[in-house]
Ligand binder design. Structure first.
Ligand code: SAM
Length: 162
């Protein structure tokens, strides 16, 4: 069959990406950070401290999570997709990072969040209304715990464009 130049890819292919045998539902905002420079840049800009307890919303397969675990006291990672939770668990299992990671499986909007010092997340940006709700919840928890707003900062694509 001849190749059709400029033809549309099937919808399924457009919405899903694959890594380690896992199909990511990109239509539901599951975009995994692959570029280590971006991962390092996010962590650097978050100015994390050794003593920090970090909340990560949507760790996915843990590309950001493992890097943060190397730098901070603890990461509490809340992920809605149990398949990705399994991948994250496999990744830290048997390493010294495992006991610094607490995983909460479920929707962050319906999950009781314990105390945290900072929130670092690559939020599901396609789900814009949900995204706002997630940001609102994080702000509320930060205020409730008396967290200094000086360190609260959100980043967008402009932070990564030179
Ligand atoms: C943009 S991906 C980021 C994945 C990973 N942090 C990374 O940067 O590679 C967003 C992640 O948020 C998760 N997610 C989406 N909605 C969520 C919710 N309401 N509560 C918790 N996790 C959610 C998705 O399953 C996905 O893993």
């Amino acid at each position: 069959m001849p190749k059709v130049k400029g033809g549309k890819r099937p919808r399924q292919q457009l919405q899903e990406g694959r890594a380690n045998g896992i199909l990511f539902n990109t239509g539901a905002g599951q975009h995994i950070l692959k570029n280590p420079l971006v991962v390092n840049s996010i962590i650097e800009k978050a100015a994390l401290r050794r003593t920090d307890v970090v909340l990560e919303v949507g760790p996915g397969t843990g590309n950001l999570t493992v890097k943060m675990l190397e730098k901070v006291k603890k990461v509490i990672a809340c992920e809605i997709d149990p398949r990705l939770v399994g991948e994250l668990q496999k990744r830290v299992q048997g390493t010294c990072l495992a006991n610094k990671l607490e995983i909460k499986v479920g929707d962050v909007l319906k999950t009781d969040l314990p105390f945290f010092d900072a929130c670092v997340a690559n939020l599901p940006y396609q789900e814009i209304p949900e995204n706002f709700k997630i940001s609102e919840k994080i702000q509320t928890v930060l205020k409730d715990t008396g967290y200094s707003e000086k360190r609260a900062r959100s980043m967008d694509i402009d932070d990564f464009i030179q």
